[in-house]
Design a protein around this ligand. Structure first.
Ligand code: 6GU
Length: 238
């Protein structure tokens, strides 16, 4: 998968060099390029923001550097219809005003050939950038959840980690992807390892007994109990 990231803070993405995703890049599974938005400005101060039309607090990111950055990344490819077609790049703008990122979306995006992430700062990006991007690719505004970050960089790191680990070959043992939280719509069951008694806390005896049917039943019940208790919104309506 090819991933391009546009940001005024490329250092946020240094962490992509390490761990699973760093290995995936070394192995050629992931091809990540981080672009400095200021490289697409032409003034001495490398200006990327300006005052909002209509007034108000904060600054808005100017459209011109974004247009040039997107052109450089998307190339001279035939402009796609808004909404996109299969195989066309997907441009994602992290935004608290976007649709909420989920495991299902991570799965969907993990099948893409080319993802472009445009990280906004300040009060946002000039709306026409989204319209222009939509004339060149499929565009989505995506939020991590109902809270406010200072910019899109941390959100994009989270999305890339969630998507990247689902790409075949990134995780050594694909079975470890199956039993985790959210893949079956429930939270995961608690895990234990040795010692069987630790500081007065016991491992549930069923896990030590070797009865695999009983273990599977206990784990499913633990998933349901935990989900009912902390995330009842994940359960189907009764
Ligand atoms: Cl994607 N961006 C920003 N700036 N804040 C957020 C977010 C994204 N998701 C939740 N809060």
């Amino acid at each position: 998968m090819r991933i391009d990231i546009v940001t005024i803070f490329p250092e946020f993405f240094d962490a992509l060099d390490i761990s699973l995703l760093g290995r995936a890049r070394e192995d050629g599974i992931l091809d990540v390029t981080v672009h400095q938005l200021r490289d697409y400005t032409h003034d001495r101060h490398r200006t990327v923001d300006d005052k909002p039309y209509g007034g108000g607090a904060g600054m808005v990111m100017k459209p011109e550097p974004w247009g040039e950055a997107l052109d450089a990344i998307l190339g001279e490819a035939v402009p796609d219809v808004a909404g996109g077609v299969e195989g066309s790049p997907m441009v994602i703008f992290p935004s608290p005003a976007g649709e909420v990122f989920t495991q299902a979306m991570a799965r969907e995006l993990s099948g893409a050939e080319h993802l472009v992430f445009g990280c906004g700062r300040y009060e946002g990006i000039d709306q026409r950038v989204f319209e222009y991007a939509g004339s060149r690719a499929s565009v989505r505004l995506v939020s991590l959840g109902d809270y406010v970050l200072n910019g899109g960089e941390v959100a994009v790191m989270a999305m890339i980690e969630a998507v990247g680990r689902l790409i075949p070959g990134v995780i050594g043992n694909p079975e470890s992807l199956v039993e985790e939280s959210h893949e079956d719509g429930l939270l995961e069951y608690p895990s234990y390892t040795k010692p069987s008694t630790w500081r007065g806390h016991e491992v549930p005896p069923v896990l030590i007994g070797g009865n695999h049917g009983a273990i599977a039943t206990w784990r499913r019940e633990a998933q349901l109990e935990r989900t009912r208790r902390v995330r009842p919104d994940l359960l189907p309506p009764e």
